[in-house]
Design a protein around this ligand. Sequence first.
Ligand code: PLP
Length: 414
Amino acid sequence: MDHFNYQADRLCVEDVPLEAIAQTYGTPAYVYSGATIRRHFDVFEQALAGQSHLICYAVKANSNLAILGLLASLGAGFDIVSGGELTRVLRAGGRADRVVFSGVGKRRDEMAQALEAGIRCFNVESQAELTQLNDVAGSLGRRAPVSLRVNPDVDAKTHPYIATGLKQNKFGIAIDAAEAAYRQAADLPHLDVCGVDFHIGSQLTDLSPFRDATQRVLDLVDRLADQGIVLRHLDAGGGLGIRYRNENPPAPADYARTVGELLQGRDLELLVEPGRVLVGNAGVLLTQVLLLKPADHRNFAVVDAAMNDLLRPTLYDAYHDILPVSPREDGHKIWDIVGPVCETGDWLGRERELAIQTGDYLAVRSAGAYGFVMASNYNSRPRPPEILVEGEQMFLVRERETLDDLFRGERSPY
Ligand SMILES: *Cc1c(COP(=O)(O)O)cnc(C)c1O
């Protein structure tokens, strides 16, 4: 459930008409609903209430300081993948002891930064990383809490670019090699082995690969216990899907029940790393129609947002619903909604039935996750502002970039 609804024929975010936001802040613009994020987080919390757990929001889905601050105020932990994300979390008021650090390639300075901040756990993805982390921790006179990310070799049945749990993917330590890696970790003096984690992919719409992965990892936990390596937590990653179009993703309660049943009777804290499911449907990209280009074979509506603002359609062939901010009664046609960038792949939606005119505002839905964070300045386009709504209030949580911002830091020798 989200808070983007029509009220008296005007598309609103909570109690604010999107048209008012477009008029105040211009377009393109990202718009988020605070109540939606809070609701999604609460649903997850309630689903996991029966067991000892920590929800570590995957910062990469949307790392705006306001969103991190909102989630921190709700008690969330955070799953980070870089030193930059750690800096953001701390700046937003997040607690270091609720941060887990994922990622297949961490730099030494990032390891040191996280050790000094006192994070909860490093999710280590290779044996080479174990020795590097041990070195860095030793040089700082610290012990690094570690969990090994194992690759359970299950097919998450999602888009190949976001499937991560197959043995041909770059992620994690193959489950068959995991016991040896744990023995290595247990022998390294500056590591404290505390958990295990996995993340099989994103936009999962079926629980069975997730259940299989959890079972495989729990079997590993048992084999390790037999060897005297007793783990304290299991981190089941993120990946729960959302509805972009007609998907039927599992409810957080079903997801929680699945893990809960498998974990029953074990003394393991559950960590989860949801990203998309918390913020994806809490945001839209607001855009204005620049001009209409009807043609024999295809009708193009050129809008002021483009692939540099929202990359998902281009990168993943992703579907995002596109809604008129002020719907028209008639004049419906089939349109391709495209941006001004010089790439054929620059489209936001294809073959959409809409009644639109030049100057109309459109809302590209489900843009709260992997939206702004993937935006670039390609074609020297300033990145859009981000606006967070709470009830009747609008907060500009990131300014629109200016033309000067485009070349900040550049130098020319001529
Ligand atoms: C991307 C990622 C997540 C979040 O994935 P969602 O599909 O957004 O829930 C969680 N954990 C890891 C390790 C990731 O790489």
